[in-house]
Design a protein around this ligand. Structure first.
Ligand code: ZN
Length: 277
């Protein structure tokens, strides 16, 4: 915050998926012109491009490349699928290194045809298998706990406690935790687990948006900060009290906002960030 009590833009990062209708080259121009300093790149935004050149293009726009989203999806009953997931995660680590970002965010995955406990074990094995590659490449893996409504197919890691437990078990500088308010705002142990995460040096990313009431689509109806019921400022204060001083990353999947004029939408994002984050 600056002296007027408003957020300046120095810690604002926006995910490419938030303004998905723009190609990454347009995104860079618009973010840069608006004074935004951070970008998190989704892998689909890199399709058909030279990744190193794209990374340089982003740096030329004075953007810090906060992370690459996303890989993970480790669990599968079928061992061939688990193996191809590991291969894909290795590729994601290489892509992050080429892009020039220090972090890959993990959506850990789940296979509804097996028990959550089995999926968790496979997540643990998968991350363990990747650590040497991540270490060589200098890329940190951030475990992002997902809201339990996604425990069927997207993630068997659903609370900060589970993410902290796993990160602590690895006790590796290459494994951290990404806190996304959309997934964890409801958790009665959130403050204490954020504190624990920071104290152990695992708090590596902070994602913001809002939970709309009602939410009409489980995946593609996220709101701008201030539009819903998540106490974003309060959670941010816990994250910062835990020692985090990285970017606040606006990550919004919204069919409705993707239909809007994206320049108008970007202005709304900046206003919501200043007023409600
Ligand atoms: Zn997120």
């Amino acid at each position: 915050m600056n002296s007027t009590g408003e957020n300046d833009l120095s810690k604002l990062c926006i995910h490419t998926i938030t303004t998905r209708p723009w190609k990454i080259e347009e995104t860079a121009q618009h973010f840069s012109a608006a004074g935004i300093k951070g970008i998190t790149v989704w892998r689909d935004a890199l399709e058909g491009r030279n990744i190193k050149q794209t990374g340089k293009m982003l740096l030329d726009h004075d953007l810090t490349i906060v992370s690459l989203c996303r890989s993970g999806f480790f669990p599968a009953k079928d061992s061939n699928k688990r193996k191809s997931a590991i291969d894909d995660n290795r590729r994601a680590i290489d892509e992050a290194a080429d892009l020039g970002t220090p972090m890959v965010v993990l959506v850990c995955g789940a296979d509804p045809s097996q028990r959550l406990e089995d999926s968790r074990k496979q997540i643990q094995d998968g991350i363990g298998e990747l650590i040497p590659h991540a270490s060589t490449a200098g890329i940190r893996l951030a475990i992002e706990p997902l809201h339990p409504m996604y425990a069927d197919t997207r993630s068997a890691i659903n609370t900060m406690k589970q993410a902290n437990d796993m990160a602590e078990e690895f006790n590796s500088p290459w494994v951290g935790v990404a806190v996304d308010v959309y997934h964890v705002w409801w958790d009665p142990f959130l403050e204490i687990e954020i504190k624990r995460c920071g104290e152990n040096g695992h708090l590596t990313a902070f994602h913001i948006c809002d939970w709309k009431v009602p939410t009409v689509d489980m995946l593609l109806d996220r709101g701008l900060m201030g539009e819903g019921c998540i106490p974003v400022k309060q959670i941010r204060s816990w994250v910062e009290a835990a020692g985090f001083n990285g970017f606040n990353e606006v990550e919004i999947f919204s069919t409705a906002y993707w239909k809007e004029n994206q320049s108008e939408y970007l202005r709304k994002i900046i206003k919501a960030y200043k007023d409600h984050s």
